[in-house]
Every structure is written in C-alpha cells, then in structure tokens.
Design a binder for this molecule. Structure first.
Ligand SMILES: Nc1ncnc2c1ncn2[C@@H]1O[C@@H](CSCCNC[C@@H]2Cc3ccc([N+](=O)[O-])cc3CN2)[C@@H](O)[C@H]1O
Length: 278
C-alpha cells in the first residue's frame, strides 16, 4: 500500500506549525501598524528610510511594464495595503489574503472607507509622486479599493493555501514579510514558498519582500518567532521552487530604525518569475 501522504501538519514539522498558528492568536493589528508603518520607519522625507525604499522597489518593478494581467494575489497581506499601490494599475482584480480574521476585517474596513481605518494617504501620495504619472492620490486610493474585490483566508502551510477557493492560478503574486514570519524553520519556509507557487501560473511574476536575519517581532501582546534567512537562503528557496530571479535588492536597517519592535537586520526585495513549463 502506498505510504499515506504526510500532510505538513503531522509530526515535528506539524508541531512547529501548530505553535506558530497558536502564537498568532494574540497578534494585534493596530500595534503592528504602529510599530512598522508609522514614524520613524515610515518617514517619507528621505529615500534612505525603509518604507520609501520598499515602495520604490515595487514601483520600479511595475514600471518595467513586464508585470500585468487579470489577477494578482497578495499572500499574507496582514493589515496593510501599501504593497498593492503600484500594482493596481496593472491588474483587473487584486485578491488580498490573510490567516487571521482580525487582519481581513482591518482590510475590509479600509476598502469600505470606515472612519477608524489606518491612514494610508502618506503612502498613496508618495507612490503617486515617485510614479510620476501626475495621478491624484484620491484617484489611486479609489482605484485600489475598486480592485480589492476578494479578501480571503490563507494558510501557506497547506499544499493548497487557499483551499478550494482558487478558481485559476493568478498572473502575479506579491508577498511581504509573511513566509519567514510564519515558518518555524528553513525547510518549512521552503515548503511554504513551494505551496504558494501553486497559486501562480507558469511564467507569472512574484514580487517578494521580507526580513533578513530576523528571529522575532512584536505585535502588541504577541511576540512572534521568525526563521532567520539570508540572501543566499532566499535565492536557494526560490531556485528550488522553479523561479528565475530578475532583481534582488537588499536594504540594511540603520541603527536609528532598530527600535526594539523586532531584531531585523535588513530587508530584501526580489522580482522573480516562475519558469514556464518546458
Ligand atoms: N499560516 C499562515 N499562512 C499565511 N499567513 C499567515 C500564516 N500565519 C500567520 N500569517 C499572517 O502573516 C503575517 C504577516 S505580518 C508578518 C510580519 N513580519 C515581521 C515584521 C514585518 C516588518 C515590516 C516592516 C519592516 N520594516 O523595516 O519596514 C520590518 C518588519 C520585520 N518584522 C500576519 O498577517 C499573519 O496573520
């Protein structure tokens, strides 16, 4: 009889993944936004600051004109939308995803322009400025709201991260700070990347942003473990999942931005493309 296929939720790997899921129950979206998406990390007066650097990486990738299609899936959106601002001109539909209902609710409330939503306007203004198309920020805000039509549950540790909800592979993926923050170890990180790759059609583009050599981060009461990865680890994982790397950029976290909310030493940005089947 064939050996039963061992789902990742069984054995030692499963215990580590279950512990991650448990630790996320205390994740506080507001604290997380405060820690990472307000000053000093969100300082738009200098391109040397980490948030402008991330927005520049994404704007440059989409400015190539190589990344476009019908649907883009954002893997592990968390409570943030900044990662979709440069994407929204190039796709008909953008699907946001997260493991936690609290984060999906934060995103839904932003889409519905609820009064207590996080103010992304500094980000939207900055992206309009660097894209240089003379687009008004309220236009871009409304455009993104109009394209964010699905906000779905996801678990990157499942072979089918979106379950049976995904009708067809997406034309592109975006993912920011998710895979390394939800994987107990490197094999799990590589498996999660393999799993999310099934959501992308061959030839599709993947824009991946993540933390380098981070071991923990805080989000209110929650202290979350992160598997520390290097540039070489990320390159190896992408190669194993069948990607060609077009661009790999690294940002070194300056001491002024090491504010105790995590121990991240840098941020990576990768523009990768899933090899077409030969
Ligand atoms: N099994 C799962 N599948 C998919 N998503 C899952 C799963 N479990 C949890 N999630 C979901 O994934 C999570 C994504 S947020 C992860 C935060 N990553 C670390 C944090 C981020 C950050 C941001 C900005 C800067 N910076 O310098 O600008 C640095 C850093 C470094 N620290 C969260 O939304 C959770 O809800």
């Amino acid at each position: 009889r064939p050996a039963p296929s061992r789902s990742p939720s069984s054995g030692a790997a499963g215990a580590g993944i279950a512990a991650v899921g448990e630790s996320y129950q205390k994740f506080n979206p507001r604290a997380y936004l405060q820690n990472n998406y307000m000053p000093p990390r969100a300082d738009f007066s200098s391109e040397d600051c980490v948030v402008p650097w991330k927005l520049r990486c994404l704007a440059d990738a989409f400015a190539t004109g190589d990344i476009y299609g019908r649907t883009l899936i954002d893997v592990g959106s968390g409570p943030t939308i900044y990662q979709l601002l440069s994407a929204c001109d190039h796709f008909e539909e953008i699907i946001a995803t997260d493991y936690l209902e609290v984060n999906r609710e934060v995103l839904r409330r932003w889409v519905q322009d609820e009064p207590d939503s996080f103010d992304w306007s500094p980000y939207i203004k900055y992206v309009c400025r660097i894209e240089g198309k003379g687009e008004q920020w309220k236009e871009k805000e409304q455009k993104l709201r109009g394209k964010l039509r699905q906000i779905l549950p996801i678990d990157v540790h499942q072979p089918e991260p979106l379950g049976s909800q995904l009708c067809q592979p997406a034309d592109a993926l975006v993912s920011t700070f998710c895979l390394e923050a939800v994987s107990p170890d490197r094999p799990s990180f590589e498996r999660a990347l393999h799993n999310v790759t099934t959501l992308l059609q061959p030839g599709g583009h993947f824009l991946l942003i993540g933390a380098l050599q981070e071991t923990f981060y805080l989000a209110g009461e929650a202290k979350l473990s992160v598997v520390p990865v290097s540039e070489a680890d990320v390159r190896e994982a992408l190669s194993k999942s069948g990607y060609h790397i077009h661009d790999f950029r690294t940002y070194l976290m300056p001491p002024s931005l090491k504010i105790g909310v995590d121990d991240v030493s840098g941020v990576f940005f990768v523009h990768a493309q899933k090899k077409a089947v030969v």
